[in-house]
Design a protein. Structure first.
Length: 203
């Protein structure tokens, strides 16, 4: 009962935050005060804290499917929600105290940090997708339902690792990253020489 009340509070906070952001386009008071971002961040952070504490998935309308993702996947889910919610709260506070332009200027020196963050989130989602939440299945159901999920989770994980590694590499050693990228581009163009896809690749 307490967990379901927490879920209601989390969704209410996120919904109220979205309404505040929408109302901020019409009212100057809400535009200057980042209340909507605070509320959305608080809802996500609370959901993340719930998942970390209970070791079960949060933001679920019912608790029937939560135990199927309990344990490590729930911890990953909780960390993702808590980090995103905390980042939104920090962003709202920086806007309120008028420090965000300075922070944004600093972040511009590291333009690839979104790729690093997106890659980490992709790896986290791949772990959640990989978990089999359907219990025991017939081999035909496994072939039709489980196998595509495993393939998609593996592709998501590999893509996330590549995106995160590329973002981190460019952040800490932009010169060698640019050289490696140009070399890879030249090899791909050479392999596509005479192929119709070469013109598309050069765009």
């Amino acid at each position: 009962m307490i967990l379901r009340l927490l879920t209601f509070i989390e969704y209410l906070s996120i919904l109220a935050g979205a309404i505040c952001l929408l109302a901020g386009t019409h009212f100057d008071v809400l535009r200057d005060l980042p209340l909507g971002i605070y509320l959305i961040g608080a809802g996500l952070a609370l959901a993340g804290a719930e998942a970390l504490y209970t070791r079960e998935m949060s933001l679920l309308a019912t608790g029937e499917t939560a135990p199927r993702h309990s344990g490590f996947p729930a911890i990953v889910w909780g960390l993702m929600l808590f980090c995103v919610g905390g980042a939104l709260i920090a962003h709202a506070w920086l806007m309120q105290v008028h420090l965000w332009p300075r922070v944004a200027g600093t972040l511009q020196n590291y333009p690839d940090w979104p790729y690093l963050a997106a890659g980490i989130l992709m790896v986290g989602f791949s772990i959640i997708v990989f978990v089999d939440s359907g219990g025991r299945r017939h081999w035909v159901q496994t072939l039709l339902l489980r196998v595509p999920r495993v393939v998609f989770a593996a592709a998501l994980a590999l893509g996330g690792i590549a995106v995160a590694a590329g973002g981190a590499w460019h952040m800490f050693d932009a010169q060698s990253f640019t050289a490696a990228r140009n070399m890879a581009r030249m090899k791909i163009e050479k392999s596509l020489e005479g192929h119709p896809a070469q013109a598309w690749f050069r765009k």
